[in-house]
Design a protein around this ligand. Structure first.
Ligand code: SF4
Length: 111
C-alpha cells in the first residue's frame, strides 16, 4: 500500500488529535482539549503537511504502530482497517488449511 492509499484510510474525524491522559494499566482518558493545530470546525490539522516538524510529538501512524498503540479511539478507521486485514489473513489461513486437508485426503484415497 502506498502512502496515499494509507492516508486515505483516515476518515478525518480528528478524535486522535485531542489531549490524552494515561492513567496506567492500559487506561487512557481523552480530554476535551484539542491539539493547538486542530481546526475543531473541520477536524483537520492546520499544519498537516509539516505537522511532524511543527509538533515533534505528533506520531506518523504505520500499520505496526496502529497494532501496538493503546490510545487510538476504538472507532479509528486505521484500527478498523487492521482488524479487517487480520480477519482476511485468518480466513486465508483457514482456507489454506482446508485445501491442504482435502489434498491430503485425495492423496490417501489414490494410494
Ligand atoms: S482517530 Fe483515526 S480516523 Fe480519526 S483522525 Fe485520527 S487517525 Fe484518522
Amino acid at each position: 500500500m502506498n502512502s496515499e492509499d494509507w492516508e486515505s484510510i483516515c476518515n478525518r474525524c480528528g478524535k486522535c488529535c485531542y489531549e490524552k491522559v494515561d492513567l496506567g494499566g492500559g487506561q487512557i482518558i481523552y480530554t476535551k482539549e484539542p491539539c493547538v493545530h486542530l481546526d475543531t470546525k473541520t477536524n483537520l490539522c492546520k499544519v498537516y503537511e509539516t505537522r511532524h516538524i511543527v509538533e515533534p510529538d505528533c506520531i506518523a501512524l504505520t500499520e505496526n504502530l496502529v497494532r501496538s498503540l493503546n490510545w487510538l479511539p476504538p472507532d479509528c478507521a486505521y484500527l478498523e482497517h487492521v482488524r479487517m486485514q487480520d480477519t482476511i489473513a485468518a480466513v486465508n489461513i483457514a482456507k489454506e488449511k482446508i485445501r491442504k486437508k482435502r489434498n491430503n485426503k485425495g492423496n490417501k484415497r489414490r494410494k
